[in-house]
Design a protein around this ligand. Sequence first.
Ligand SMILES: [Zn+2]
Ligand SMILES: [Zn+2]
Length: 114
Amino acid sequence: MEQTKSEHRQKSFTCQSCGLSSPFTTTARNHLTQELLEECFVTRDPFSPDKEKFLVLGSTCSLCSMCVCVAPECSLFYTKRFCMQCVNKHLDQFPQQIRAELAKKKQSSKAAIS
Ligand SMILES: [Zn+2]
Ligand SMILES: [Zn+2]
């Protein structure tokens, strides 16, 4: 893919958890046609012919404001975005359903490694 607008410097989003880095278009959610539940870093989907399609890269943790990507290892969305560090720190404040899902996720990722 060729960057034709090289003079236009793009801002870059970096996940502070896994180090994933990607240029992002905007952080606002209001002018997007897609319904977004949170203020997050989005970029235009380069693989979609639909120009209105956006990809959500990540968001900031509502507790520690760390930039985290949407990967399940890095963050969790439960009414707000939380980084996994905060999720683990405040695990007892999340409902049983979320804790069960996290436990399941941990189990399956362990199974995938071994
Ligand atoms: Zn990440
Ligand atoms: Zn956090």
